[in-house]
Design a protein around this ligand. Sequence first.
Ligand code: LFR
Length: 491
Amino acid sequence: AFASAFAAVDLGATSGRVILGRVGPDNLDLTEAHRFPNTPVRLPGGLHWDVLALFQGILDGLREAARSGGVASVGVDTWAVDYGLLDADGALLGHPFHYRDTRSDGAAERVWAKVGREELYAITGLQHLPFNTVFQLAAAAGSVQLGAARRLLLMPDLLVHWLTGSVGAEETNASTTGLLDARTGTWSKDLLDRLDIDPELLPALRAPGDPAGTLLPHVAAYTGLDPKTSVTTVASHDTASAVVAVPATEPCFAYISCGTWSLAGLELEAPVLSEESRAANFTNERGIDGTIRYLRNIMGMWLLEECRRTWERQGLPTHIPALLADAARAKAFDSVVDPDAPEFLAPGDMPARIRDYCARTGQRVPGSQGAVVRCILESLALAHRRALRQAAELADCDVTHVHLVGGGSRNDLLCQLTADATGLPVIAGPTEATALGNILVQARAAGLVGDLAAMRKLIASTQHLRHYTPRGDGAAWDAAAARIASASRTS
Ligand code: LFR
């Protein structure tokens, strides 16, 4: 029997969902109450999130959830780094920018002129991504909006604010801003001072499991939820929630949280802030209970999603299972790309960009759609291998197996290629890792589950997992890895 139901609000780059999780001592069961599209909007000033549509989707989802019975609490997670600014009256200033907007191009150099690249890493332990909040703020410096801003709320914190009226900065997500001190886990006063960022903009930190208030009366009225329904702070960075739900029952595991991005790395007890780690662009983001998510961002299924959008515009077939079947039949190791090449970041004609990359680096240019998909999947498997091997080396840890979680774990070919490329067994699933992590943190706050190990045990014993054994051809993967290493030097 199930004790209670929790609602996970989980916003991803292409859709938002409200998922109900029922948690008992030996069971954990999810149902999707509502799914709604997340369609970014381009305005003259740049690419934005349609945050009002997202909030309305959340309200409709909570109303669906209320219809299916009692909801003990609600938790919100989204992607990282993006934020809304509130003025002195608490009104949202403008529309939150999408991290794929290009306005931050060149902003990093302005930050590094004040705090050198090496020092910035030594303080924050954050990998360099051009859209880190610290660079977005540098891009906004001097703007009327930033001048009028009294509060900066990261996306999940903004949505929680609209649900409850409460104000806070959840710490796993705060660790992606580039403004948090990796050692202390608090806002770095020193950095804020040197970068001329008003410390009053940043709310007090709160930790996963902390209460975040109860529903505002109009939210309760619209959704039909009890006004006393609590909102619980979860690991509001989606990747942090996904890592909670990695079904690891033994030490020495690596994980890949694979969705729009592939986040590949390790869970550590302490940050690695060495110069080697910075040069390899590993991040030390915070997980729950003081853990460190030591990982690197890899461009992920974005490449495939963006190809699909291009093919749709061109009237070509877009049925993913069929494309994956074509990819499985396509010739192996024809061409590989570095998925993290900067030209793949912004939305656009991805098949053309991939073909250009292959042409420029003297490789065979993938012709058919199946060949393009094969190229993407092999390139991702190689990037997974690179990231996991480097992480293990830098953190001095012997990895024995890989957990691949998230939507990408549905992709059979990608899981197998990742096992082949890494030479390690891959355990795939759960696909709904983020929602599960969101729900388990709420269940723990309600006293229903124990520590991180107990949560993972519950996942491992209740969720469907698949196992992939590496298939022999190590030499072919070594050769492909060498090829991409020289290609990225020449590109
Ligand atoms: C994944 C994710 C990554 C973050 C990227 C941008 O959804 O949260 O962890 O680097 O989105 O925010």
